[in-house]
Design a protein around this ligand. Structure first.
Ligand SMILES: Nc1ncnc2c1ncn2[C@@H]1O[C@H](COP(=O)(O)OP(=O)(O)OP(=O)(O)O)[C@@H](O)[C@H]1O
Ligand SMILES: [Mg+2]
Length: 234
């Protein structure tokens, strides 16, 4: 079992949306994994959606994956318990955006894999560079403590083939070795239906979107490819 998070201190990069989509996709065919999502964002957006979904669909509704809430400082203890129970194949942690503060190392120390979603834009680039610096320091601490490295990947989210988006990718590709980022390049296109749809439910809508009007098949396929990759690294 691996603990994975879409992490970036910048808000709006797609952490929560990607957490829900990935959790939903991995818990359904063809993956059929046992997935737990821990909402460690004090805004509690995923747990709030789950509670709303329960209110609408009823207590007995079988959600594809489980959602729990944890305050950041309580996360290490919760993770230890979950590891002991061995009920899940993968745990996804929804990280807070701003305000990691002193909690950052507490949160990062719980993870095996961090996928850093980066959207195009100067602010996104600057904040993501700062976050990479934090991750580098965290991995230096792990090394000193002879603790396994936190595996880092970048996911270029909301990618749209514009010169701006390509320039952002070039910046990160040029420095990623220095920051200990794994070589694999992950892209997720900008898509209207993620924008309008994904935050509204605690479960993934990816599979439900298949075949819907306006849905681009290649994006669905690329997300499934992405999940195949995740399955390999967990
Ligand atoms: N590939 C994408 N294409 C279009 N919209 C996207 C994509 N990924 C995420 N979004 C949208 O971007 C918005 C911000 O995403 P999300 O709330 O997941 O960000 P976040 O990183 O969790 O932010 P916060 O730090 O505030 O929690 C949401 O409306 C989400 O649906
Ligand atoms: Mg979020």
């Amino acid at each position: 079992m691996k603990i994975l998070s879409f992490a970036n201190q910048k808000g709006g990069e797609g952490k929560s949306a990607l957490t829900k989509l990935t959790a939903g996709a991995l818990s359904m065919a063809p993956f059929n994994l046992k997935v737990l999502v821990i909402d460690a964002d004090t805004q509690g957006s995923i747990i709030a959606h789950r509670n709303r979904d329960i209110a609408t669909l009823g207590e007995d509704y079988e959600f594809p994956y489980k959602v729990e809430f944890s305050f950041p400082e309580k996360l290490p203890k919760l993770i230890t318990t979950i590891k002991q129970q061995g009920k899940y194949d993968v745990v996804l942690i929804d990280m807070p955006g701003r305000g990691y503060g002193d909690d950052i190392n507490v949160l990062l120390s719980c993870l095996d894999i961090a996928i850093i979603p980066i959207a195009k834009g100067d602010e996104d680039t600057d904040a993501s560079l700062d976050f990479l610096e934090n991750l580098k320091q965290h991995n230096d601490e792990r090394k000193k403590a002879k603790y396994p490295k936190l595996n880092l990947y970048i996911l270029y989210n909301k990618f749209d083939n514009t010169a701006n988006a390509k320039a952002s990718v070039e910046i990160f590709e040029a420095i990623k070795e220095e920051f200990g980022i794994e070589e694999k390049i992950l892209f997720l296109p900008l898509r209207e239906d993620f924008q309008n749809y994904s935050p509204k439910t605690s479960t993934s809508i990816l599979l439900e979107l298949k075949g819907k009007q306006g849905h681009k098949k290649d994006t669905y396929e690329s997300f499934i490819e992405f999940c195949k990759f995740i399955k390999k690294i967990i």
